[in-house]
Design a protein around this ligand. Sequence first.
Ligand SMILES: Cc1cc2nc3c(=O)[nH]c(=O)nc-3n(C[C@H](O)[C@H](O)[C@H](O)COP(=O)(O)O)c2cc1C
Ligand code: SF4
Length: 649
Amino acid sequence: MSRYRYLFSPLRIGPVVVKNRIVFSAHLTNYAEDGLPTEQHAAYYAARAAGGAGLIVTEEHSTHPTDWPYEKLIHGFHPEVVPGYRRITEAVHRHDTPIFAQINHNGGQGSGMYSRLPVWAPSPVADPLFREVPKEIDRGEIAEIVAGYATVATHCKEGGFDGIELQCSHSSIVRGFLSPAMNVRSDDYGGSLENRARLLLQIVAAVREAIGRDIALGVRLCGDELIEGGTTIDDAVEVARMVEEQSLTDYLNTSIGVATASLYMIEASMQVPPGYALFIPSALRKAVDLPVVGVGRFKDPLQAERALVEGHCDLVGVVRGQIADADFAAKARAGMADDIRLCLSCNQECVGRMGLNRWLGCIENPTTGREAFVDGAETPASPRKVVVVGGGPAGLQAASTAAARGHDVVLFESSDQLGGQARVAASVPSRAEFGDIVRNLVHACRRADVDIRLGTAANVDAVMAERPDAVVIATGAEPSRPYWAPADAVTVVDVRDVLEERARPDGHVVVIDELGFHQATSVAELLADRGCSVEVITPGMVVGQDLGVTLDLEHWNVRAAAKGIAQRTDLVPMGWAPGNLTLLHHPTGVNVDLACDWVVLAVPQQPVEWLYYELRGVPNLEVHRVGDCVTPRRAHAAVIEGARVGAAL
Ligand SMILES: Cc1cc2nc3c(=O)[nH]c(=O)nc-3n(C[C@H](O)[C@H](O)[C@H](O)COP(=O)(O)O)c2cc1C
Ligand code: SF4
């Protein structure tokens, strides 16, 4: 008997019955090639279907040649997409799971860079990210847009999809028409909400006519654009009512924010509480009878169940939760929720890679994005004795992968806690969920019977005493001291000294950000919370440059301002004397003196590699190294290498 009373109950969505309420809602993957869906799409969605998802909604398929905002978009308007659609739907249907196609035109939220065409929008109002003035579409072009949706919906039906979802929410020409911030037309498509919703209702009617009644039709609406002069929940409720009155739509999906201006709220990182957008389905559900999907940082089946129990929504979108663990639903259903590899909402390898035009992956799941190339199953091996040295992400991953394949694995960790730098990073309150990577990996090790020995410093003798067939070194990295900071400068310390409480800076603290990620900003916040006056400086153009990629930059800037943290750019540290830091302002070549009590360094580390080299000297011993002890990088590299070596033993 499932402990989830609602999550695993079936639901009818028009002509489709879903076996449970867990939706793998639409998201870009960058798996398309030349505008066509690929085998990787099929394998990716099939893995989530096999993993128990109740409903899958694909990434968007473009409805018109003027819509090409990023390179690897599926061009649904080309008939050549249909065979690829069939491969996807057949692969998913093998697991008795329905799959809908999301179709869309991004309107002015794009550029002509790929299409070499002007972008189309309700009005010539430039999107703040793309900064390209769109062409205001005329009535003939509006008719072309509507026809484009109908054509693509027909392709989807031919391709075997069980339903169509119209993305009218955060990046869409329909959203542009709905939004008073983007639509300043004076014809009958502008002005009143009724006029602004005209395009949406026309598209719904055209698509329904094209697909008939035997497949489902849904509309995804934005509950609050979170922009000046944009739509809010009251508009969304009214639009939902209009859609329902039309009697052509089978369900509503929801989202919050605008891809571009307020993207950081659509795919919210760990700074934003789980279920943060639930007020949207909640309000819609009170106004209409259509089933409503709630989305937004559901990372645990209990949270999803609770949203259903409390009546906020009828279905729950779990996107990153199922990117991180394809078997999210099956594990919950089997009462094995502890086995779920919880998403960290770090955005590093999913959202982050989208922005960099790479295929979608996951920081803690090396199989995500490679489903078509690996089968994901642990291949049994002839058992060997394996010693892993180091209990950070690389060592834990290597140990759990090797043990799951049947090896006898011992893991040495010199400290009394597992997790390495991931645990340290998660010690900052606003980064606490990053610690779930440790929770997930430790759980995987325990499940695979890894013999974990804490407080055990490893050397050659200790390793060889285990009589190993293979050794994996995962000893991580250690702080390194820049040339300008003498070793006896006790008030110049590394971020790890602060986070691991070997140093307690006070007074005026300068944090040097040479890494462009969470290290400097995390410690700056921590120190500001402790009452220090904090200034972060960087040689780069912006403090925490890579936080932009993970959608953390906006949150950081808001919190930094609230905490009085100053930020200065283009400054390179050159020298230190007690109480004074000398900086070079590199654009002008002028030296600047900065008085401060402490300096905290977020600078490149160095690998701890001595044990690897000593063991390499042992005759006939197979030795590998993984993660930061190869060279210091971010956690995804540790996990990928740990998995690769663990699988190769
Ligand atoms: C990498 C990525 C790309 C996304 N692209 C789309 C998209 O093309 N269309 C869409 O409607 N939503 C898109 N979303 C938003 C998701 O559907 C969902 O609203 C969001 O991820 C919040 O859900 P989660 O917290 O369960 O991940 C995307 C999300 C991610 C993570
Ligand atoms: S990369 Fe991070 S946010 Fe994205 S799915 Fe994986 S754990 Fe979740």
